[in-house]
Ligand binder design. Structure first.
Ligand code: ADP
Ligand code: MG
Length: 355
């Protein structure tokens, strides 16, 4: 359906300098594929999507859509926009129109659909994304998650063959990520071709038929979710997919700021959608004030591996050659955790709780 050959994009700045963002992109995308594009920020993921639907015309290479060269002079851009919808990070709804008007607008204006028909179809789409009740309100009264679901319904209203999503959940409060992902998940089963730029690794692994890992302006690795996440060929891919989020506190004395720790843990858990926040905090209090109360200073660390979903809390003490825990501490902690690991490190000793 889409064939990209030696695509390049260079931005020329006013001061005469230039920046080549897409270096040599090549790929063939078949109808019905669900492709997640992952990779560090600044590597050209958005630029690639914007090139595909000509929001930002490329500087070199070829893009064929259904066999037609969309970069050829005279190719009708409106035809492409109908075939390929786009959903942005910041929703881009028309604020002066109601939800229903937002969804009906393009079908009436561009596809010249009959108003009643467009209305019926728009209501059906709003039903599909769970927002039919909001048909007559203005976007300003919706939450971010609801706005994004309207944006998805609006893209679907053009009956596109493909939808491009550019980080559809990254502007959302973490509590609203799930509702948007579940709408996209549902669409992924409908045969629609989808390209999704996302930082949600587990979602990407679960919904995609294929993953592009983009790095430094090229598709660095292209494969099935299994290949990319379980057996990446390149070390850069491996480092990216296996990255671990960390939160660190230095506990110098007993007068440490426990409120700061509490808030920090809650924020961390909200950000990565973890439900163990209070459990983690209770364990930390127990260890700091009971089992390791005589041990200062120490470093407290919480980690979360996005892909495997493993969350840990660990306590690292320098210049200690044995475990600070006694049997009573072990008996108390073991039933509360998935695993308790006591291990020497290069600089001291670590107690690690897998929660
Ligand atoms: P990603 O989506 O992977 O984070 P982008 O495609 O947004 O990356 O951007 C890639 C690079 O291109 C960045 O260094 C960015 O600053 C630059 N860039 C993006 N848009 C423009 C623009 N309109 N003019 C100049 N540079 C741009
Ligand atoms: Mg981007």
């Amino acid at each position: 359906m889409i064939s990209v050959q030696h695509l390049t994009k260079t931005y020329y700045n006013a001061d005469g300098s230039s920046l080549t963002v897409l270096k040599d992109i090549n790929c063939d995308i078949q109808k019905g594929e669900v492709i997640s594009i992952i990779g560090p920020s600044g590597t050209g993921k958005s630029t690639f999507l914007r090139s595909l639907n000509l929001l930002d015309p490329p500087t070199g290479g070829r893009i064929l859509v259904d066999g037609e060269d969309i970069l050829a002079k005279g190719y009708p851009v409106h035809k492409l926009r109908q075939k390929m919808g786009m959903v942005f990070q910041n929703f881009n709804l028309f604020e002066h129109m109601t939800v229903l008007e937002n969804v009906m607008y393009a079908p009436v204006k561009i596809l010249k659909e009959d108003k009643q028909q467009a209305r019926d179809e728009a209501l059906a789409l709003l039903k599909k994304v769970g927002l039919v009740e909001k048909a007559d309100v203005y976007p300003a009264s919706l939450s971010g998650g609801q706005k994004q679901r309207v944006a998805i319904a609006r893209a679907l209203a053009m009956k596109p063959d493909a939808i491009l999503f550019d980080e559809p959940t990254s502007a959302l409060d973490p509590t609203m990520v799930g509702e948007v992902l579940s709408v996209i998940r549902q669409l992924s089963k409908s045969g629609l071709t989808m390209l999704i730029v996302t930082h949600e690794m587990r979602f990407a692994r679960d919904v995609s038929t294929r993953i592009f890992f983009m790095n430094e302006g090229v598709i660095y690795e292209d494969g099935t979710p299994e290949q990319i996440f379980e057996h990446p060929v390149h070390s850069a891919t491996k480092a990216f997919v296996q990255r671990i989020q960390k939160l660190v506190f230095e506990i110098g004395s007993d007068d440490f700021d426990y409120l700061q720790i509490h808030t920090g843990i809650n924020r961390f858990c909200l950000k990565y959608n973890l439900t163990q926040g209070e459990h983690a905090y209770a364990l930390i209090k127990e260890v700091l004030f009971t089992h390791m109360r005589n041990i200062r200073p120490l470093t407290l660390r919480m980690t979360h591996a996005e892909l495997s979903g493993v969350t840990t809390v660990d306590f690292m003490v320098e210049n200690l050659d044995h475990s600070p825990l006694n049997d009573a501490a072990r008996d108390s902690l073991r039933p509360q955790v998935k695993d308790l690991i006591e291990e020497p490190t290069k600089r001291g000793f670590r107690v690690k709780l897998i929660i």
